[in-house]
Design a protein. Sequence first.
Length: 229
Amino acid sequence: MTIVLHAETLWVSPYVFSSWVALREKNLAFAVRELSLIEGVNRAPAYLAQNLTGKVSALEHDGFCLSESSAIAEYLDDVFPRPEHAGVFPADPRDRARARALMAWFRSDLGALRDERPTVTMFFGRATRPLSAAGAASAATLLRVAERVIRREDTGLFGPWCLADSELAFMLHRLILNEHEVPTRLRVWATREWQRKSVQEFVRHPRPATLDERYWAIPANQGATRPYL
């Protein structure tokens, strides 16, 4: 069995983060192939021949290639199920559906927050401009939802850990690491989740010493910016 995670060279993608955590939680052996999105490697014909959309993260498993991190998580749970491997989604069908709904929301909403507090501000230097009105509204929406779903500081959203826990902690750290005000209960919960071994392995993964300035020149209409948001 061969598993390869296609990642990006800055190690800031929330989608690579999700796939990394899922693989580590399932205790699966995998190799990593880094692609420089800044140099457009994901748009090269060779990569597009393997990965139709050119998205990162992508998972290669015995010749089968799959992109979209939420689909990767579901595939891993199907192919490497309980009890031999840890689950990355809740066992209860309704909790599992709610976890998937949250993960879809992280990817489809909160655009102003992701634009103004992109993941490079978590790992390569804090944001210097205050949030715009739209960014502040997006942050407030995140905090409102987090207040609803985080019931206790010492447990996951649905009891035992699931991937939605790590993804919510990642989203909240856009605010925490940029020194925004976050309610104490949410900060305590997110900080605890941030210390999880699989999460810390990603957080501490080697990165370039400085951010390549070409990052800021990536054309948004070429689909290369989104993996960093």
